[in-house]
Ligand binder design. Structure first.
Ligand SMILES: Cc1cc2nc3c(=O)[nH]c(=O)nc-3n(C[C@H](O)[C@H](O)[C@H](O)COP(=O)(O)OP(=O)(O)OC[C@H]3O[C@@H](n4cnc5c(N)ncnc54)[C@H](O)[C@@H]3O)c2cc1C
Length: 375
């Protein structure tokens, strides 16, 4: 019997669960390949804590090589740069062409750096995470030598959390805090528009307490080597501009022939299957559920892991797929730099050291699930 070929593109939050599930309960007659540019996957829930210095790099990353071995799969260290769904082929950056019977995409998103002049040249996006972490390490070293000004663009939960984490870390580095100025710039009239007003107030107080300047209702029109220019001409001097303005889809998807939403993300049905190509699945930020659109967030990517694993298994064995309805809302736990966090659930919010400890235990439990022994 001919082996079925499953290609998992990207080691995102849903695919780590697919690998774990396939390792725990193998599917026979299937050849599984993970295509990933990295051998370790950053866990978004711990990223601010890694930046703040609460976690080591290892603690905040999942070892994909071990997980692939556990799943009896193979790893190809490259990135996908195109798909030819008619031929059932993926095109890789190293010029390899891989054939598939079933393809699953969990390749995330990146902040839209191309939308603003100079942003991709002079700014650094928070994704890809490893590129950002390299710049962050260099910035920490530079901050020990001279006074710096950092501008973070993006007033969503990710931008605010990252800004407070960076501020906290530099404060911990001896003698550095007083010399580093932080400014958070957001186009919206207020930060965290996706959350209730009480969350906004709690985070505004955290920014003020940490001496972070907030510029709200202002659009960045240009990024230069030494700062930002805002709509109206005002300048914000900065030695480093961090771009955290939400999610954009990989540009090559536009040429893939897959059905996409208006922002360029892959449209999937309740089985997490492409609405145009039944042998292509997608989950996480790169996918938009046609019937149940949700915010681009790690929580929803994680929740899609088990139903994606099950439907890939069913698709490979030729059995009927199962429907998945994501929850309507999710608990948000937003850290404020120190070991302290704000929680938001629907219209209710609360905060404290205990909220951070709660978040920490959820995140550590998640990571422990992906520490696997060899088979
Ligand atoms: C600063 C910050 C903090 C955040 N904090 C939280 C939080 O606390 N909670 C939360 O729920 N969400 C948070 N988010 C959002 C969260 O990061 C994303 O929603 C989540 O990572 C999406 O998961 P994913 O599985 O879609 O993709 P990702 O986790 O981004 O994984 C995608 C993987 O695919 C790989 N890849 C990319 N392109 C290719 C390619 N062409 N070929 C092969 N592989 C590829 C990447 O290297 C990566 O390993 C945060 C975001 C930011 C920026």
């Amino acid at each position: 019997m001919k082996l079925k070929r499953l290609i998992l593109a990207g080691g995102g939050h849903a695919h780590v669960e697919v690998l774990r599930a396939f390792g725990a309960k193998p599917v026979s007659e299937v050849d599984v390949t993970l295509v990933t540019p990295e051998t370790d996957a950053a866990y978004s829930g711990m990223l601010p804590g890694l930046v703040a210095g609460h976690y080591s790099w290892r603690e905040a990353h999942i070892d994909l090589t071990a997980l692939v071995r556990y799943a009896g799969a193979r790893i190809k260290s490259t990135r996908i740069v195109g798909i030819n769904p008619g031929e059932r082929q993926v095109l890789c950056a190293d010029r390899r062409v891989l054939d598939y019977d079933v393809l699953s995409l969990d390749i995330g998103s990146t902040p839209p750096l191309d939308d603003v002049e100079g942003a991709s040249q002079h700014g650094v996006g928070v994704k890809p995470v490893e590129s950002f972490l390299e710049v962050w390490d260099a910035l920490c070293a530079e901050a020990r030598e001279r006074a710096l000004r950092v501008a973070v663009v993006g007033g969503g939960a990710g931008g605010v959390e990252l800004c407070l984490a960076m501020r906290h870390r530099l404060r911990q580095e001896s003698g550095v805090a007083a010399q580093t100025d932080f400014t958070l710039v957001t186009q919206g009239t207020a930060i965290v528009p996706e959350h209730p007003v009480s969350v906004r107030h709690r985070l505004e107080r955290a920014l003020a307490r940490n001496g972070v300047g907030l510029l709200a209702g202002l659009r960045v029109v240009r990024v230069e080597a030494d700062g930002l220019t805002l709509d109206g001409g005002a300048r914000v001097p900065a030695d480093c501009v961090v771009w955290a303005t939400g999610a954009a889809a990989p540009e090559w998807l536009a040429r893939s022939g897959l059905a996409l939403d208006e922002r360029g993300f892959v449209l999937v049905d309740e089985m997490l299957r492409s609405t145009s190509h039944p042998d292509v699945f997608a989950a996480g930020d790169v996918a938009t559920m046609h019937e149940h659109p949700r915010p681009k967030s790690g929580v929803f990517a994680v929740r899609q892991g088990p139903p994606l694993a099950e439907n890939l298994r069913l698709a490979l064995t030729g059995d009927p797929l199962k429907r998945f309805r994501p929850q309507r809302r999710a608990l948000s736990l937003i850290s404020t730099g120190r070991r302290h966090a704000v929680a938001a659930w629907g219209g209710v919010s609360f905060q404290g050291w205990w909220v951070w400890r709660w978040k920490n235990s959820i995140d550590r439990k998640f990571m422990a699930r992906y520490v696997v022994g060899t088979k």
